[in-house]
Design a protein around this ligand. Structure first.
Ligand SMILES: [Zn+2]
Length: 207
């Protein structure tokens, strides 16, 4: 895909996320790995109203080449790409349901959302670590995200929101959507006794 096509797709998918309430205001940011650098949504931009020509274009060392200044959360994206060579895109949202799960105290910090559906397992994998809370902008968050990303495609930042990666931009967005819907299912079923996928069923999905 050409860089122009990638820019257009990013704007389209971001607007779709915004239109359906996956992000509000200027929350959330999306990046894509290119052959020679990265594209990322600009700081203080709304996913609903991005301009393809003003996306931050960074080189392979994360220096800005063109476009508006990158999201202040760019380091989260850098942390994931650094340890996941197969990651082609990263989506970070403050989406309501996943963030709600990220605020729960009494969950498994390695697997807060149990395997309720095969789609969650296929999109997110068998692990969804919860990264401890850090003040926004705290540089200590980057190594913590790197550590979590080593063993997982996606994670929840405690009291903040999800960070999701995939090989392509489209897949990263789909995975972020699946995570949000799975978080909703999990919250709907709290206090109930749902049938979970068995370990063998999870394994059969290739997770
Ligand atoms: Zn954030």
């Amino acid at each position: 895909m050409s860089e122009d096509d990638t820019r257009a797709l990013l704007v389209e998918l971001a607007a779709s996320l915004f239109a359906r309430g996956f992000s509000v205001g200027s929350a959330g940011n999306i990046s894509v790995r290119l052959d020679d650098g990265y594209l990322i949504t600009p700081t203080n931009s709304s996913l609903g109203r991005l301009d393809a020509a003003r996306l931050s274009r960074l080189d392979g060392a994360w220096r800005r080449l063109s476009g508006d200044a990158p999201s202040k959360e760019v380091f989260m994206h850098r942390a994931v790409y650094t340890v996941r060579p197969e990651a082609g895109a990263v989506v970070h949202l403050h989406s309501t349901m996943a963030t709600a799960v990220a605020c729960l105290k009494d969950v498994d910090a390695q697997n807060p959302i149990p395997p309720l559906t095969p789609y969650f397992v296929m999109r997110i994998g068998a692990r969804l670590p919860v990264v401890p809370y850090y003040r926004p902008g705290d540089p200590a968050m980057e190594p913590a995200i790197r550590e979590a990303a080593r063993g997982a495609r996606a994670m929840l930042l405690a009291n903040h929101g999800p960070v999701v990666s995939a090989a392509t931009l489209r897949d990263a967005v789909y995975a972020a959507e699946e995570l949000e819907e799975s978080a909703k299912l999990f919250l709907l079923l709290r206090g109930a006794d749902p049938r979970l996928l068995t370990p063998a069923q999870v394994e059969a999905l290739g997770a």
